[in-house]
Write a protein that binds this ligand. Structure first.
Ligand SMILES: NC(=O)c1ccc[n+]([C@@H]2O[C@H](COP(=O)([O-])OP(=O)(O)OC[C@H]3O[C@@H](n4cnc5c(N)ncnc54)[C@H](OP(=O)(O)O)[C@@H]3O)[C@@H](O)[C@H]2O)c1
Length: 330
């Protein structure tokens, strides 16, 4: 069971838009003492702060700049928090982007992958290393319903098969190659997006194993929420899907509100210690909204060798190993 928790400070990446903005509001409304709005630029964070202050009616917001696709920018954001001495009790690693064409970060990692994995990993590792994760820290990272591999047009890369066929069985090498778009023929936006989110779920599984007792990490899909701005940079097929979902989704039980999407983060931050290293998405295996549940029916999420490969792949992409290896052994 969870020990006494200190819901003082929560950090939300991508807090200027969509689910992240709504989550920041709900977290302030639900009593978190400080909500750090971690956005791509300080100007975006300040604009979000002003809007959130108006909405919530109190100013519990502070701002931070982070480009979650660049390891160096995430390191700078972590340094800033270290200089401030901020203990973080909740990390909502929500930022993520999808683009119709491949773009790359400074280290050659494609942005769909980098925006959700690279900066989030560096930030988490550096805060942990600096002793700035609270003893009962709750880390949640945005997953996607698509990572279940059941959505038409959103098939997953077969990481294990690719590793076997092209990398002598090395799953880490296969994931790094996918993230750099070196292992696939062409760039298919939806394909990359859902596979990156699968790697997110594996990363959370491996991180959960490494964290000291009391802290937890989980991947949480906010569910389908077409009211966000996610489609703006997305490819044609995702744009069409989001538009379709916006109009018909609610009637078909396939799309929900930003309020419900953000509520999943708020609820996941309150999980007990035994909810750790898991992937949470819509409980109903064929729906994209509704009550959230642990994804036990999809065995690929719980594959330890793939979780470990994913974690190691992100370490390789960022040069930010987990301090946990030492801590867990103590
Ligand atoms: N909406 C859905 O149906 C849905 C479903 C499943 C999962 N998700 C996930 O939920 C999360 C939030 O998405 P959303 O739907 O709320 O979309 P959104 O409105 O587009 O918000 C995405 C946020 O992430 C930020 N971001 C993206 N790349 C970044 C980077 N490199 N550095 C810093 N910030 C970055 C964006 O900042 P800028 O404004 O500066 O671009 C924005 O604040 C994403 O991880 C997404 O994959 C969404």
């Amino acid at each position: 069971m969870t020990q006494t928790r200190n819901n003082n400070t929560v950090l939300v990446t991508g807090a200027n838009s969509g689910v992240g903005f709504e989550a920041a509001a709900q977290l302030a409304e639900s009593g978190w003492g400080t909500v750090i709005l971690a956005c791509r630029t300080i100007e975006k964070a300040e604009a979000a702060r002003a809007a959130l202050r108006d909405r919530v009616g109190k100013d519990v917001f502070v701002t931070l700049a982070i480009d979650t696709s660049e390891a160096k920018a995430a390191q700078a954001a972590a340094d800033e928090l270290i200089a401030r001495g901020t203990i973080v009790d909740g990390l909502v690693l929500n930022a993520g982007a999808s683009s119709s064409q491949a773009h790359y970060n400074e280290d050659g990692v494609e942005i769909t992958w980098a925006s959700t994995l690279v900066g989030h990993h560096v930030l988490t590792m550096r805060l942990w290393e600096a002793g700035l994760l609270g003893p009962h820290a709750r880390i949640i990272i945005a997953g996607s319903e698509g990572a279940r591999g059941t959505l038409p047009g959103m098939t997953l890369h077969d990481v294990a098969g690719l590793a076997q066929a092209r990398f002598g069985g090395d799953k880490t090498a296969a994931i790094v190659a996918l993230a750099k778009t070196e292992a696939q023929d062409g760039f298919a936006n939806m394909h990359e997006y859902v596979t990156a989110k699968l790697v997110v779920a594996w990363w959370a599984g491996a991180l959960g194993r490494r964290l000291p007792q009391g802290m937890t990490a989980n991947a949480v899909s906010p569910g389908s929420a077409p009211g966000s701005n996610f489609a703006r940079g997305a490819g044609f097929s995702m744009k069409v899907m989001m538009a379709f979902m916006k109009v018909l989704g609610p009637m078909m039980g396939m799309a929900g509100s930003l309020e419900a999407a953000a509520r999943r983060y708020v609820d996941a931050l309150a999980f007990d210690d035994d909810e750790n290293g898991q992937f949470y998405a819509t409980a109903h295996p064929k729906k994209l909204v509704g009550p959230m549940g642990r994804q036990t029916g999809f065995k690929h999420f719980g594959d330890v060798s793939l979780q470990e490969a994913a974690f190691e792949a992100v370490v390789r992409m960022t040069d930010a190993p987990a301090p946990s290896v030492k801590l867990a052994a103590q």
